[in-house]
Write a protein of this length. Structure first.
Length: 210
């Protein structure tokens, strides 16, 4: 998977240029749709891998963000995430796992719905144990997730909890020069909308504030 993603990074390099080519927003949109979608596939399964193994995929996103922004190889990773407003992969994977958990809560007919609700953690690598760690890490109210009326409200609540933690981490970067200019970490999502100011034609995928 890593090799396949690096091959797709060449696509971004071809479209990038100082006097021609796509702008930063378009390149980031292409990265999310064309490359990060590969990293998302099966992330629920390999989420239990050791941090040393899963962190190897971070280089893919780091290089994509440098291509999109034109940043130097020595640019701090935290600055790249703050400048592009792209979730670090570790937080993005957590968001995908928690979304899947909410989907199980809202789909009683799903094969794993009963296990998600009632199966206790059997070991540190079980799905229930991973969910409990994430709920504690991001200070998510499990009862609220179970009683939230719609799946959309659950996802919005999850995103707020994760971005609040990222904001706390970003606020601690007092020595970072970018933090002095941009103290507030803002998240932009790629969403398919009938119309968005960020694009010229209706029906396209646009970057809209989330």
């Amino acid at each position: 998977m890593k090799k396949k993603c690096f091959l797709r990074l060449n696509f971004l390099k071809v479209l990038n240029g100082t006097a021609w080519g796509s702008d930063k927003k378009c390149l980031l949109r292409l990265y999310k749709c064309y490359i990060r979608s590969l990293l998302d596939y099966g992330c629920i399964v390999y989420a239990t891998a050791s941090p040393s193994i899963s962190s190897r995929l971070n280089t893919i996103q780091n290089q994509a963000l440098r291509i999109a922004t034109g940043a130097f190889p020595t640019s701090p990773i935290t600055s790249l995430h703050a400048e592009t407003a792209v979730l670090p992969l570790i937080h993005h994977r957590s968001l995908q796992i928690l979304k899947y958990y909410c989907k199980l809560l809202n789909t009683p007919t799903h094969l794993n719905s009963y296990r998600a609700k009632y199966t206790p953690p059997t070991n540190s690598h079980s799905f229930a144990a991973v969910i409990q760690r994430l709920l504690h890490h991001y200070q998510i109210d499990q009862l609220y997730l179970q009683t939230a009326p719609t799946y959309k409200i659950q996802n919005s609540y999850l995103l707020d909890c994760i971005t609040n933690l990222i904001q706390e981490e970003w606020s601690s970067e007092l020595c970072n020069k970018l933090h002095r200019i941009k103290p507030q970490w803002e998240l932009w999502q790629t969403s398919f909308l009938p119309y968005c100011r960020a694009v010229d034609r209706p029906g396209q995928s646009g970057l809209c504030p989330g």
